[in-house]
Design a binder for this molecule. Sequence first.
Ligand SMILES: *Cc1c(COP(=O)(O)O)cnc(C)c1O
Length: 456
Amino acid sequence: MKKENIPYKIYLEENEMPKAWYNLRADMKNKPAPLLNPATKEPMTAEELSVVFCKDLVDQELDNDTAFFEIPEEIQDFYKMFRPSPLIRAYRLEEKLQTPAKIYYKFEGNNTSGSHKLNSAIAQAYYAKKQGLKGVTTETGAGQWGTALSMACSYFDLDCKVYMVKVSYEQKPFRREVMRTYGASVTPSPSTETAVGRKILEEHPGTGGSLGCAISEAVEKALSSDGYRYVLGSVLNQVMLHQSIIGLETKAALDKYNIHPDIIIGCAGGGSNLGGLIAPFMGEKLRGEADYRIIAVEPASCPSLTRGVFAYDYCDTGMVCPLAKMYTLGSDFIPAPNHAGGLRYHGMSSILSQLYHDGYMEAVSVPQTTVFQSAEQFARIEGILPAPESSHAIHVAIEEALKCKETGEEKTIVFGLTGTGYFDMVAYEKFHNGQMSDYIPSDEELQQYFNKLPKI
Ligand SMILES: *Cc1c(COP(=O)(O)O)cnc(C)c1O
């Protein structure tokens, strides 16, 4: 198709938005391994999970067979406040790179929370409300998930209790205040509010906390508070399901112009944006209807897919959560303190882990200074100030486009631009001042964590 025929931005009409989420598991021959009860090592039952999670979300979590879940009307209405999100043709970037490749990105940063996380936050808040709960608890690292959840909870008038990793709480006051603006209460973790928090503080006085530790606190709080459940912003099957809206919209937009991607690229922390973006395309691949190269991009300082092991592991530091089979660096792994680029969870979605294990997708890791170079290049050319997380995908998209320049191939590249970087300016500042360094863990270091994996 000629250039003038494809707009800079492909927007769907509201009535073209997907009305059902797509459950990729329905098309997987090797299903993701079930969550295990940490005490009995038996698969978690719906009953056991319902103590921690909302009932409808448990059903979604355990359902490996239903291909489509209707999106409740209330959620569709909320989606319309910030969706459909644009699929943008990176004409300027293509020109600057002098590449014959055609580059598209799906931009999920057009909402106040600034990332794709709102797609699942609103769904989880909806089901909590539907169940008649008073509120939910969660953890947040840098704060994107907490911000999204606080927006969703205020919409449904639910109480929202966020445990925020202490270093972020202290160093990133802006997101904390956004959460409080939407009515959430925010506690630095580890805290003295929970038994697990007190235990961690005793063992590691002065610790800045970690995601795994904040998860333990949020789960304990939910379990000990009447009318509360715990919600999680990534990794879980239900979150992948909600995020499929990204891929379904992307596919609908591409189909409108008869565009067939060759390469699909996403950054991978817990895997939710990538899992969502690739869902319908991976479905076609699994059913043998089409083929795509799919690339997960992770930080070199937290390389769960590229250097982790595929094993059952704890999802949190306090070992109160179910065990998940995933590519993991070990539940005690915490990226080095100089790591600024997000994507810091020690494990990866069981769905993506299984697909990667079965050879349906590739993974690469990139050091953070390289990521920020691409972030800055992208900002200057395309105008959008990208989140550091998203910039992992930007970097590999640029790399693939430059390969096309060498070979002369006109490949179509689609990548996920998951969010904006306005609250990451301290990291940008370090980069601009030449104070950003890379830290790549050694094999010996990782082996120490692998040695402590639970024996299943
Ligand atoms: C949370 C986040 C990610 C990583 O999470 P996934 O679950 O792997 O998608 C990526 N980009 C942004 C902007 C985020 O906020």
